[in-house]
Design a protein around this ligand. Structure first.
Ligand SMILES: Cc1ncc(COP(=O)(O)O)c(C=O)c1O
Length: 337
């Protein structure tokens, strides 16, 4: 099967598995896993933040900042499309107590002027604006750097914390050439995922100040995320940061090739095509399209009423040629079934 469901389906390469096999380990809850420590130091260099912490998942990397800087009676300003709103079972509400306030956005990209309009100060009967959340990339789209800088300036002027969900920050960085540390400088903390396009079996990283990470470690423990000999998985992270960042460009080139083929199809209206993601609408039911492609050995998913195709290191050049051929030869009668 050609698998375009998500970059979370990526498999660890043989070289990554070898690095995992050879990893030195210790008890990370006591800070004694040397491989985990090395990965965290690498993340600090990449993000330019004082300290980093391995967390079990992107969801945990998003939740912890809300536990620390949000909380009951506090608000986070974010887009309606944000992962914390749509795909984390409301954890920031149920577990941290933070209220998401939805700022108008363009497919998840908020304008600084819209963010500023949503900020309010103390009122006896209102929750208080405490945080702003940006997601970069968001549905594959790269946040314009000037917008991120403007959002950060507004946050500073109002004394607000900025959390960046940088699950796919490396996709943004390889595409624009803007270093991850520059993106990270537009937020007070950033989380990024190792388990998506970078091809690791698990883990995300949360990076910020010493003070923040000290608290984050306590939150991770509360959430049951204190883990022991995690060097085995951290070794995969080190391998990925050394070997799998630059190659994300290939995933983006693959996305362009698929997108071009779809553009020629009268039945597909592309809404988003950036980095490693394509979202398209159709005059046919999306499920019929997904089923028709599945019959031809291609997997992708529905997301927000659209078909979503995600390219990743699971896909070879030959897979992409085959996908383009299947798209071009698709008989519209099959889409209507
Ligand atoms: C933008 C974004 N943030 C956070 C997450 C959560 O990551 P995880 O599945 O590791 O919890 C995802 C997962 O796909 C994501 O796409």
């Amino acid at each position: 099967m050609l698998d375009f469901r998500s970059d979370t389906f990526t498999q660890s390469s043989e070289a990554m598995r070898k690095a995992m096999y050879e990893a030195e380990t210790g008890d990370d809850v006591y800070g004694e896993d040397p491989t985990a420590q090395r990965l965290q130091r690498m993340a600090e260099e990449i993000t330019g933040k004082e300290e980093s912490l391995i967390v079990s998942s992107g969801c945990m990397g998003n939740l912890i900042p809300h536990m620390i800087k949000g909380g009951r009676g506090k608000e986070v300003l974010c887009a309606a499309e944000a992962h914390i709103v749509r795909h984390e079972i409301g954890a920031i509400v149920s577990l941290s107590g933070t209220l998401p306030v939805l700022v108008p956005s363009d497919n998840g990209i908020m304008r600084a002027s819209e963010v500023e309009k949503s900020i309010h100060g103390y009122a006896y009967d209102m929750s208080e604006t405490a945080m702003i959340e940006t997601e970069n990339t968001t549905s594959g789209l790269i946040y314009p750097f000037n917008e991120l800088s403007a959002i950060k300036a507004i946050a500073e002027a109002h004394g607000l914390w900025v959390h960046m969900d940088g699950a796919r920050i490396f996709n943004a960085s390889v595409e624009t050439g803007i270093p991850v540390c520059d993106y990270a400088s537009t937020a007070d903390d950033i989380t990024f995922c190792l388990s998506k396009g970078l091809g690791c079996p698990a883990f995300s990283i949360l990076s910020s100040s010493h003070e923040f990470i000290r608290e984050a470690k306590r939150c991770r423990k509360i959430l049951g995320g204190g883990m022991r000999q995690i060097g085995i998985l951290a070794a995969a992270g080190i391998y990925a940061l050394r070997n799998n960042i630059a190659r994300l460009k290939e995933d983006h080139e693959h996305r362009v090739a698929i997108s071009k083929a779809l553009e020629e199809c009268p039945w597909a209206e592309i809404i988003i095509s950036e980095t490693n993601m394509i979202f398209f609408r159709s005059s046919y039911p999306i499920q019929s399209i997904i089923d028709a492609f599945r019959r031809k050995g291609v997997l992708f998913l529905e997301d927000g009423g659209m078909a979503r195709i995600v390219t990743s290191l699971n896909n070879t050049d030959e897979d992409i040629d085959e996908m383009v051929r299947i798209i071009r030869s698709m008989d519209e009668k099959e889409l209507a079934v």
